[in-house]
Design a protein around this ligand. Sequence first.
Ligand SMILES: [Zn+2]
Length: 93
Amino acid sequence: MNFDSPEGEICAACGNSVARGSAVFANRVPESNDIVTRIEMGRKYPHGEWICIICDNMNSDGEIESLEEVLLNINVANYFLKNQIAILGRKCL
Ligand SMILES: [Zn+2]
């Protein structure tokens, strides 16, 4: 498995992509536990090297603790992503 590929950049808890270009790229948190610990913790995707902002804000009951903060962070990341795409688009012209 190639962990450098964008496909390898997933959330260890939910399996969603946190690769560059995804809305949760800027807010991802490194999963600092080793793979054995991740399995013991019940991570469904223990080969994932990251935790996405949604899972990072989830309590042990599976509820998002601060939905407003999660949505704000994703919206800010989306804004910067769109700006970056617009800048790249202008450079290509
Ligand atoms: Zn996640």
